[in-house]
Ligand binder design. Structure first.
Ligand code: FMN
Ligand code: 7N5
Length: 374
């Protein structure tokens, strides 16, 4: 397979149609979902020449975590819907690629098991952990401790989900529960026997539900999207961990300034892959103003719509330190398991390396805003 689109087609053939729709879909009219990719097609690259772009080095250091390339695995939920071994496979592939995997809190494998799988491949894998801060802060703190003990190196708090976006494909398919046997393992009650429980997890956890009736039996909590979150919760988390705390899912330059002001370690410019508020801008279109607002004070990551090496080049040129890929990894996983994820990551690496060379760069940091034109 030669492109991410070919991986998506292969994944679609293998996946249950409702699960394919869950992975592929976005909120409501999917305007932002499409625009994330379309926005890159509106931008043109202006290469520099005669710069000696041999001996390229794609590696970056992000808040103390080295990565072999500025292309990370964005957090995506429920990998066991795509492959029986789910996140274990993704983690091994990311570790083999030497890149950072941001593990979703909504993973269908426990963080301890994911970390162990990554360590089979690399002694010190770059795992970060994505958090939906739960209103039950004691419970949230317990998850934080679990992730720290598993050896993760940073927390990424998702802030674009005060409520869950309305995904009409899921409504149409009545996809609101994980199939029996699959659980959001990180929400199993601490100290609970992992083999216990036999109820499904509700994906569309209503904001008012802390502990659904079914989950009371299984002791697997539902993830709560909490609309009450504010900057104090970020301060709270920072007081509970020594690890870097990033926030993911901001699109407004003023929020980027506030992030700097509140001492977060880094930000991820993201619209959740077009799955939360529909009709928000493509991430690449707001990146320049956010990069300007941050002014280099902290690392800026971006995700949404990255499918080609030229997309990575454009994002780095416009001010991102690294990018995340969500769906491409899921397509690799569904289409070909560990080999599939590895192929997707290596395809993106080679594509980026070539585009970087053609732009006259040797290192991700060589790319500059004047090399992108609308
Ligand atoms: C199926 C799916 C599940 C996701 N689950 C999560 C999640 O659990 N937590 C989170 O912060 N973001 C989640 N996201 C958003 C991704 O982290 C990322 O922002 C988005 O997928 C990037 O866009 P891309 O898929 O076009 O690369 C999910 C995205 C998808 C497609
Ligand atoms: C409760 C899990 C939410 C996963 C998610 O973030 C997504 O589907 O976009």
């Amino acid at each position: 397979m030669r492109t991410i689109a070919e991986f998506e087609a292969a994944a679609r053939e293998r996946l249950d149609p409702a699960h394919y729709d869950y992975f592929a879909g976005g909120a409501q009219d999917e305007i932002t979902l499409r625009d994330n990719e379309e926005a890159y097609k509106r931008l043109r690259l202006v290469p520099r020449v005669l710069r000696g772009s041999d001996k390229r080095d794609l590696s970056v250091d992000l808040l103390g975590t080295p990565s072999s390339m500025p292309i990370l695995v964005a957090p995506t939920a429920f990998h066991r819907l795509a492959h029986p071994d789910g996140e274990l496979v993704t983690a091994r592939a990311a570790a083999r690629a030497g890149t950072i995997m941001i593990v979703s809190m909504a993973s269908t494998t426990a963080i301890e098991d994911i970390a162990a799988a990554a360590r089979e491949v690399a002694p010190d894998p770059g795992l970060w952990f994505q958090l939906y801060l739960q209103p039950d802060l004691e419970f949230t703190e317990a998850i934080v401790r679990r992730a720290e003990n598993a050896g993760i190196k940073a927390f990424v708090v998702t802030v674009d989900s005060p409520v869950l976006g309305r995904r009409e494909r899921d409504d149409r398919n009545a996809f609101h529960d994980l199939p029996s046997g699959l659980f959001v393992e990180n929400l199993r009650n601490i100290g609970e026997n992992r083999s216990g429980g036999n109820t499904s997890h509700s994906i569309h956890a209503p904001a008012t539900t802390l502990n659904g009736g079914a989950s009371r039996r299984s002791h697997v909590r539902e993830i709560v999207m909490s609309a009450g979150l504010n900057w104090d919760h970020i301060a709270w988390l920072r007081s509970k961990t020594k690890l870097p705390v990033l926030i993911k899912g901001l699109l407004h330059a003023e929020d980027a300034r506030l992030a700097v002001h509140h001492g977060v370690a880094g930000i991820v410019v993201s619209n959740h892959g077009g799955r939360q508020l529909d009709t928000v801008p493509a991430t690449i279109d707001v990146l320049p103003e956010i990069a300007a607002a941050v002014g280099g004070a902290l690392p800026v990551l971006l995700d949404g719509g990255i499918r080609r090496g030229t997309d990575v080049v454009k994002a780095l040129a416009l001010g991102a330190d690294a990018v995340g890929v969500g769906r491409p990894v899921v397509w690799g996983l569904a289409a070909g398991g560990r080999e599939g994820v590895s192929e997707v990551l290596e395809m993106l690496r080679a594509d980026f390396d070539q585009a970087l060379a053609l732009c006259g760069g040797r290192h991700p940091a060589d790319l500059t805003p004047d090399q992108v034109r609308r």
